[in-house]
Design a protein around this ligand. Sequence first.
Ligand SMILES: Cc1ncc(COP(=O)(O)O)c(C=O)c1O
Length: 438
Amino acid sequence: MGRSLDRTGHEHMMRRLAWVQPGRANHRLVQRQMHGIMPERTKMNNDLMYQGSDLMLDRLPLASIAREYGTPVYVYSASSIRRQAARLMQSLGTIGSLRYAVKANANPVLLALVFSMGIGADTVSRGEIQDALGAGCPADRIVFSGVGKTHEELSFALDRGIFINAESEEELAAIAHLRTGAHVGVRINPGVDAHTHQYITTGTEQDKFGIPIDAAPDAFRLALDAGLVPDTISCHIGSQITSLEPYRKALARLLELRDSLMGDGIPVSGLDMGGGFGINYEEGADFAVEDLQVLLHRDVPRGMKLWFEPGRYIVGHAGTLVTRVLYRKRYARTFVVVDAGMNDLIRPALYQAHHAILPVTRRDAEPTPCDIVGPVCESADCFAQDIPMPLPEQGDLLAIRDTGAYGWSMSSTYNGRPLLSEVLIEDGKPALIRERGL
Ligand SMILES: Cc1ncc(COP(=O)(O)O)c(C=O)c1O
């Protein structure tokens, strides 16, 4: 199947995109590691560390977890989730609150952990609303976003008093038809480029999301005339955003809109700034939430209800995908075929995303550039190209790092492969939080 697809121009382009970008990054990495410029510690996050030659997550050897639960398996650190969420909450202080984007990782145990910290939920379907409610999130802390909500989903949310962010004039009309008097948000497309991958940029006029900012005053008026209470301006400009500038621009545009709506007699009391805080997948730092705090304190009028909808920032670092080496093939390239595939973690194939890959047990040998590939019948099923590591043996384990967000939640059963089990490490103990299954 992969072969025939490979012949199409699109597939060819996707392969080049998928390989060129990570390849380049990895080439730099090979050089830096081979020349000893890059200390090993900088590649670790706080939870993932080598002890001797064994890779530990929260001080537990990943090899023993793989032995107990099998591979491939997603393993999460509860303390990482708590730390990331606490950092955001501390930065926002009393000026704003959080709605966790359930799409990033909807495991019920992880959801319950996040909600137990007082964080609400950002949802995009009836299924996600049910997941959030089921994991203990109160209905009044749930927001329902998304460009294509069905009428059935809208009435499901309205019946439970869940706040809806409408994304078009026609959706506003549908909500008004179902429930006059409902308080709603209107998602604005502020025309801000978040400078991230094109598939996760959502705030420019080329993107399908929200109502263009120039059309927003009419949309608010329409909502009001239809009997709704449009009291919140919302936006989400993209994901994996690493600089403050796009948020600064979006906030300025939203506040300008708010002033003009207030001038027209439409009171706006809420501001939903979406998610998007980026994390460091290799080198450098996570998005500097502390800088955002300064901006918010300076610009957001007192008394406004402000919230963000982070997903990746909270759970991204927490997850590690542990996979086993099935076979090696050494010809023009060195392929290391592992038991996890693009159906288990699609980010590298879909977004050309880079995830660091580490041996679970270090071998004392010269590093050689390896391509880490999965078993799925697509050439895009490649997790990394040219990464330097001592050639793993058959049966060795590899850890694909920072896979807590958009890992399991984007997985599929493509090629008839079962969905993976998930394990959570909490208080030094591993627990199965999802069984492997089809
Ligand atoms: C409306 C909305 N809010 C929040 C998020 C979460 O984004 P992130 O995981 O980058 O924080 C998304 C992601 O697509 C989204 O569409």
